[in-house]
Design a protein around this ligand. Structure first.
Ligand code: FAD
Length: 599
């Protein structure tokens, strides 16, 4: 089985060269004080060591053992607790947390890269900590000062962890249907009663307390989503910084599932458990969206991590496995068979995976950069633009990263032939672990509806125009810049120009069909895919310019390698955008024609 190698060279290149963080961080006073490039590199190196030497070795055993439920108690696989303690002692739980409450205050651009390495090493393990980080964000943004000071320091320190309790048996996508009740009590808090299902990390043995963020309805709540409020419900009550009595929160069972077997997926029962309102009554869904948006990007990164790990295994295997003779120059006449890496189809699979992973990594950093500007910048114009881009691009990231992540794990498994299907090489676990990311945190279909419905049509394309205009102005800058004569870059920028022109037209078409619910619903996923490929064309142009610039002073083969992957993307993957576009242009009549009872 392949050992995980943190892709630090690519990460450092993206940070320093493509996204120019030295200048970016110096220009934002709050970040200038917090971080510089050397510190960022050192943190990533340490994070990479932690992921590869402490967390990755627990991945296979964690999958085989799984989380175990016995009479309300959930035990994580052997080694998880000790590794979590070490993870917490290193301060990793609070990497991007607010320093006022004990977090390390690092930029999200570092956070996404660290998360990717953790997901690559061990997705199940990582889910316990990323849920906590998302809960901290929601609590910090919407909680009262006393809730923040009582809970955040223990969550950032890793002493406690958190869960996100939305889903109920009859209420998944449509959270307006939830039945969990919150009744005001005479202590100024609320009694929370109800059952939540599918709760990741709802119960486990990694921490002494678990803080649940629970959606519930007050007695006089408005119907539907407008009546939802958000509550903080500790597993064990807390007074004066001490744990006191159990809070009537119990785990009824855990799910037996396809993948992420070491992550506990719990049925959680709340029986008049004491809860504290976060934010305003009736605004719970909006508050929860702070956590959900964070988790959506995080789950997207699960896709990248699984894809990266899969590529590492497949590329190594393809260089060693000898089957069939290559063609032409790639044939070694002295041998009976060549390594499978010489075969066009194997190269197609490996390059698709590599381009998926590296395009996604760049796009994750692009969004993280917007999150950092929105949080740390003192320039209101920049912040407003960044917020628009975050709103627009978060659903794209969640769905596209995880769709490509699964594609990458399956292609990498395919490179192994039959050996990919058996347990020994670890590839089938990656496929199983990557699959859930398309489903939870709002299915990818729902992400696509969020993109086209709420983020494009509802604001008449304003946020889309911000992104599209940025790309068009980037193309103009290239055409008048020092590298305008570079033939390789010219070709890539021509592709980018066609791609964004096509997406502009497609968006105008969707806006013109905005009143037709079936056109929106039936085309949403194809629109998101077309959007995703166009966004990656932008990422690959940014990456390629930086690679060409770096080649003036360095002959590092990594740079030429980067350009070759970019060229593969433009030649072989970007054309998929046109397939999705053509499908949308044909309309949804064929989709809606068949009566329900004929399915
Ligand atoms: C392993 C695991 C971990 C999870 N962790 C958590 C957690 O920590 N906290 C939590 O609260 N939940 C969690 N969930 C729940 C998860 O977020 C939901 O399963 C998911 O959001 C989908 O809800 P559902 O399963 O009820 O599907 P449904 O809502 O019943 O949807 C079924 C299908 O219909 C589609 N659909 C529904 N409505 C529409 C529409 N309007 N237009 C088009 N298509 C539609 C969906 O996309 C989907 O394909 C977890 C689930 C799993 C399996």
């Amino acid at each position: 089985m392949t050992e995980f190698k943190p892709p630090l060279e690519d990460m450092n290149f993206l940070l320093a060269n493509v996204f120019g963080v030295e200048k970016l961080w110096q220009d934002i006073p709050a970040l200038n004080e917090a971080i510089d490039v050397d510190t960022a590199n050192a943190i990533l190196e340490e994070g990479g060591k932690l992921a590869s030497s402490l967390i990755a070795p627990l991945n296979r055993s964690g999958d085989e053992e799984g989380a175990i439920f016995d009479d309300g108690i959930v035990t994580t696989p052997k080694g998880f607790k000790a590794a979590f303690d070490e993870f917490a002692e290193g301060g990793w739980s609070g990497l991007c947390g607010d320093p006022e409450f004990g977090g390390m205050g690092m930029p999200k651009m570092l956070g996404v890269l660290f998360d990717e390495m953790m997901y690559a090493a061990n997705t199940s393990f990582t889910l316990y900590s990323t849920l906590t980080a998302g809960a901290c964000l929601a609590l910090n943004a919407h909680g009262s000062e006393s809730l923040k000071s009582d809970y955040l320091p223990h969550l950032y320190s890793g002493r406690w962890s958190a869960s996100m309790c939305l889903t109920e048996p009859h209420s998944g996508t449509d959270l307006g249907l939830i039945k969990t009740k919150a009744i005001p009590n005479n202590e100024g808090s609320f009694d929370i009663t109800g059952t939540k299902i599918f709760i990741t990390g709802g119960e486990h043995d990694l921490n002494e307390n678990i803080i649940h963020l629970v959606l519930a309805k007050l007695p006089d709540a408005a119907p539907g989503a407008r009546g939802i409020s958000l509550f903080l419900v500790p597993k064990i009550n807390v007074e004066n910084d001490e744990l006191t009595t159990p809070n009537n929160v119990s785990c009824g069972s855990i799910e037996h599932k396809m993948g992420i077997k070491a992550s506990s997926t719990c049925v959680m029962n709340f029986d008049e458990s004491k809860g504290y309102l976060i934010g305003e009554a009736g605004k719970g869904l909006a508050c929860m969206f702070t956590m959900m948006n964070y988790e959506r990007l995080s789950i997207g990164i699960q896709g990248i991590g699984c894809g990266e790990m899969a590529y590492q295994g497949a590329s190594e295997y393809a260089k060693e496995r000898l089957q069939s003779k290559g063609i032409g120059e790639l044939r070694d006449t002295t041998k009976e068979a060549d390594p499978i890496i010489v075969h066009g189809d194997v190269r197609r699979m490996l390059l698709t995976t590599r381009a998926n992973n590296e395009g996604s990594r760049a796009f994750a950093l692009y969004i993280a950069k917007q999150l950092d500007i929105a949080k740390f910048s003192d320039n209101e114009i920049d912040k407003t633009k960044a917020r628009s881009l975050i709103a627009l691009l978060t659903p794209v990231a969640k769905a596209f990263f995880t769709d490509l992540g699964l594609e990458s794990t399956i292609l990498s498994q395919q490179v192994f032939g039959g050996h990919g299907y058996i347990r020994e090489w670890g590839m089938e676990q990656l496929v199983r672990d990557a699959r859930i990311a398309q489903i939870y945190e709002g299915t990818n279909g729902i992400q696509a509806l969020d993109l086209i419905g709420r983020k494009v049509v509802a604001n008449k394309g304003d946020d889309f125009s911000i992104f599209s205009n940025e790309i068009k102005s980037y193309i103009s800058t290239f055409k008048t810049g020092d590298l305008a004569d570079n033939k390789r870059l010219q070709s890539m920028f021509n592709h980018l120009e066609q791609s964004i022109t096509s997406l502009d037209k497609l968006t105008a078409l969707m806006l013109s069909r905005g009143q037709d619910g079936n056109e929106i619903n039936g085309n949403a996923v194809d629109y998101l895919n077309a959007f995703g490929y166009a966004s990656y064309a932008y990422m690959w142009c940014m990456t390629s310019i930086s690679a060409v610039e770096a080649q003036f002073s360095s002959d590092n083969p990594y740079l030429e390698n980067k350009l070759l992957i970019a060229e593969f993307f433009f030649a072989r993957l970007l054309p998929k955008q046109q397939t999705y576009t053509l499908a949308i242009e044909s309309g949804v009549e064929s989709m809606m024609a068949m009566p329900n009872d004929m399915f």
